[in-house]
Design a protein around this ligand. Structure first.
Ligand code: SAM
Length: 208
């Protein structure tokens, strides 16, 4: 019988946002799979590791070779089910092969820091994706929470939305959430400069 593949959300970055359940799951696993930053957070546990870097096919082969004999955990930043690695794993495994432990998402932490609710927000990601469709959603919802990346920066997104006719909106840019370098800034949609949030951030487009 093969072990379940553990998919563990480790929160937005700082160890204080890793839940006790996620920490327990990591401690109990034999092999950790994740990006460099995720693995670094647990290097003190001295587990066997596999580093993800544009090698997802090799990752699947690695999991298939090891899961019969070892408890394997795939570490996901934030929550695995929110624009995370879960979708990719579901293309390769059935739901019954996977055991997901949730994490605190960067989007959740952004909303907490901004003191806004997220039950009535729309979600969008331009991380490794296109901006296409965002202006339609931003026109429909009072609040859109967007995950950005170094290519699709807040300045570029804001300019595109203005060009497509989106009216007055506040833009909140939440960078390095939970880290010492955390920075949260507020802009009018026409004034978002280049360079802010350009490493990837949570961008909130809001009509309030
Ligand atoms: C591949 S997505 C993963 C999202 C993750 N599953 C989550 O729940 O937060 C990566 C994007 O999440 C956002 N992100 C992740 N951690 C962040 C942090 N500590 N501060 C700001 N944004 C973050 C950025 O937009 C980044 O480009």
């Amino acid at each position: 019988m093969e072990n379940l593949i553990r998919v563990v959300g480790i929160g937005p970055g700082s160890p204080e946002y890793i839940t006790p359940a996620a920490l327990e799951m990591v401690r109990d696993s034999d092999i950790l799979i994740g990006g460099e930053r995720a693995l670094k957070a647990f290097e003190g546990l001295a587990k066997q590791t596999f580093t993800i870097k544009n090698n997802l096919k090799e990752m699947v082969d690695f999991i298939n070779r090891h899961r019969a004999n070892y408890k394997v955990a795939v570490l996901a930043s934030g929550d695995p089910s929110f624009y995370g690695i879960l979708e990719f794993l579901k293309k390769n495994y059935s739901k019954t092969d996977l055991a997901v432990t949730p994490g605190i998402s960067s989007a959740q932490l952004a909303c907490s820091k901004l003191c806004i609710s997220w039950h009535n927000a729309a979600f969008f990601s331009v991380h490794g994706r296109t901006i296409q469709g965002l202006s339609r959603i931003a026109g429909k919802f009072g609040k859109v929470i967007v995950l950005t990346d170094p290519k699709n920066t807040p300045g570029l997104i804001a300019r595109e939305l203005v060009k497509e006719g989106l009216g007055a909106r506040k833009i909140y840019i939440c960078e390095n959430l939970s880290y010492e370098e955390e920075r949260i800034t507020e802009w009018e949609i026409g004034d978002v400069p280049d360079g802010v949030g350009s490493e990837g951030c949570v961008m909130v487009i809001s009509d309030e």
